[in-house]
Write a protein that binds this ligand. Structure first.
Ligand code: 13P
Length: 253
């Protein structure tokens, strides 16, 4: 099973700056042996960047979200099918910033996952607990609920399209990282739930990424944990050198 190192640019970069970053990542990539590299730029750049990647590129593109609805009268929304039609094969769903700032609850997350899977997209499904939940030891229960809600309608076969990203909210953009032990403990827990809900095979073949202040200085230790299959990276994905060193850490893990 290959690791994934995915860069979530969030609302950063202008078109030309992003194109330069993509170019620098492309040029700096080693021949990848055990890592898939995914980049999630802002939506307005996606179709243009997709047109610049040829079949030899080792970079895949992802959107940062998609609509919970199919096409229709939903001003400002873009659908999973639209992403697919411009050559995008992956979408991040359920990021905590969407949940906290744009009111996406897990019913909406579930609808988005269904739309994305129906459009044959690969989903990076995020989950993660806020600080107060961890401090009161409710984190396992909450993560199980978030994932169960999001995956309610997803079958064993469709699980092939799902990658899970564990992103503790207290570690996102704060510089505070979960320890490697904390990451491993939660990833192992998530795998156990997948065994219960689906099968040992699904649990064993679903990639679980860590996200939350993952950076060159801590990536080797985190990626080295048995249940960690790479990372979903925010700030450190905005600079080619640091993103490439995370990819190197994944290749070495
Ligand atoms: P940071 O790496 O900036 O903490 O962001 C993580 C994240 O939210 C990735 O989706």
């Amino acid at each position: 099973m290959r690791n994934i190192v995915a860069g979530n640019w969030k609302s950063n970069k202008l078109m030309k700056e992003g194109a330069e970053l993509m170019d620098a990542i492309n040029k700096g990539l080693p021949r990848l042996q055990k890592t898939e590299v995914i980049v999630a730029p802002p939506a307005p750049f996606l179709a243009h960047y997709a047109s610049k990647l040829d079949h030899t590129s080792q970079i895949q593109l992802s959107a940062q979200q998609c609509s919970a609805n199919p096409s229709g009268a939903h001003t400002g929304e873009f659908t999973a099918e639209m992403l697919r039609s411009c050559g995008i094969n992956t979408v991040i769903i359920g990021h905590s910033e969407r949940r906290d700032r744009f009111g996406e609850n897990f019913d909406v997350v579930r609808e988005k996952v269904e739309q994305a899977v129906a459009a044959n997209l690969h989903v990076l499904l995020c989950c993660g607990e806020p600080l107060e939940v961890r401090e009161t030891h409710g984190h396992f229960e909450l993560i199980a609920k978030q994932l169960k809600d999001a995956l309610l309608e997803i079958s064993i076969e469709q699980m092939q399209r799902i990658t899970i990203a564990y992103e503790p909210v207290w570690a996102i953009g704060t510089g505070v990282t979960a320890t490697a032990d904390q990451a491993q403990e939660m990833h192992h827990f998530i795998r156990k739930q997948l065994t219960n809900w689906y099968s040992p095979e699904v649990a064993g073949s679903t990639r679980i990424l860590y996200g939350g202040s993952c950076k060159p200085s801590n990536a080797a230790e985190i990626f080295g944990q048995p249940d960690v299959n790479g990372g979903l990276i925010g700030g450190a994905a905005l600079d080619a050198e640091s993103f490439l060193s995370l990819i190197t850490a994944s290749e070495a893990s």
